[in-house]
Design a protein. Structure first.
Length: 45
């Protein structure tokens, strides 16, 4: 039983890490987009 619970916990952790990686990738792309948007605003102004 204990080993089985540990196994499920491991799978849940892997899913959590995958979600976390996706979230950090999204944040990273947003952070990269912000300077581009500022640059575009400067050109338009």
């Amino acid at each position: 039983m204990f080993v089985r619970y540990e196994f499920y916990d491991l799978i849940e952790n892997q899913f959590f890490v995958a979600r976390l990686r996706r979230a950090t990738k999204n944040w990273f792309s947003i952070l990269l987009l912000i300077p581009k948007l500022r640059f575009i605003r400067q050109i338009n102004a």
